[in-house]
Write a protein that binds this ligand. Sequence first.
Ligand SMILES: Cc1ncc(COP(=O)(O)O)c(C=O)c1O
Length: 439
Amino acid sequence: MARPDRRLYPWAVQGKIAPLSVSHAKGSYFWDTDGNRWLDMCAQLAYVNVGHGHPKVVEAIQRQAEKLPVIAPDHTSPPASQLSELLAELAPGDLNQIFFTNGGTEANEHAIRMARQATGRQKIVSRYQSYHGATYGAMAATGDNRRVFSEPHLPAGFVKTLDPYRYRCPFCTQAESCTLACADAVEATVLGEGPETVAAILVEPITGYSGIVVPPAGYLRRLRDLCDRFGILLIFDEVITGFCRTGKMFASEHWGVVPDLMTLAKGITSGYVPLGAAVVSDKVAAHFEDHYLGSGLTYAAHPLACAAGVATLEVYLEEELAARAARLGERLQGRLKDIEARHPAVGEVRGLGLLAAIELVKNRETREPLSPQRQEVRSEAMAEVVKAVWSRGVRPAFRWNLVIIAPPLTISEDELDEGLDAIEAGVEAADRQVAVSTR
Ligand SMILES: Cc1ncc(COP(=O)(O)O)c(C=O)c1O
């Protein structure tokens, strides 16, 4: 293993990695500096939604660089104004005011800060299976084990509750159908903490890299009602699920539930320039009309990022990428169901639109994961899966015992099939491991 440069790489034991050096990319593919072509089945970290090298976004960045590459955040600029208008138009309900950041972590930091300032309450309730970002506040809200590397120094005022993860549900896996006991658990947490101390409930409407968990019908509505009953703010982290990924502009639209704050990043510019946003309801924003908004970021509302954002949003609308993700998503989810039926190593497949996961298990009865659900560990069996897929020039994301699939929304049907064929070869490698372990 060798690193190609002097960088320290994220989420890795440095001596054990060999990162690819990538020279260029176009559409659904990227090329490494050795000339190998890779099919990008996870749009990098689920964000290159318009595909690589989209000319409209590239040109918008170039034009803005010539005119006004940077201006401090206490000014505005035409692209920042235009992007705020576009986001207000596209966001559900009365989510009409935008606080720009440099990414998803900062979007969540600011949503949390604004929720606390607006309510005068302290506690943030989030879930164990979640990721909200890498700084201390966002990490305190994070539930999955990426959090443990920041412990025990995390700030106070964060409370965790259980997830609507039906495949491993501690409440009602044995029941015929979901009983929404997962929503009861959130309510019990809020009641246990004292609702008058809770500023916000923060959830990803569909869990991202911590499992790709689609909530049961009625679950998000229950959270909305719970918040309304006790004057708690509802925050949806749509950093992964936003911008057409699940077949709607924002995932919350699948259930018609409008949060009080919504956090965005990734697809907002398709990652071409880093950008995030906390989108705030009129009601929450009203608090800051006569109260000091005590926070800010040097590069917020960066003109280059906002120009990329405007162009990206126009691509979503002009190329109707939400509808495309819904249509291709049916093909993807259908093929995954076939894969599930054929391969004993598959415990469950799940997802919505062009966001999906295959959960691999050692044993379908016991549901023992093929690799532990811990950030820093990969079992030998899972390593074999990765090898089999990579050897076919295809790159989904691998995490825990999951194969995560989130290709560019512009992917063609043939490319999607090419990617899924390679992933199925990886699942076959898992089948062989399962056969070995049960022999
Ligand atoms: C759901 C979710 N929220 C927040 C973040 C943090 O965003 P960023 O890495 O842009 O700071 C991520 C990153 O993967 C994410 O998936």
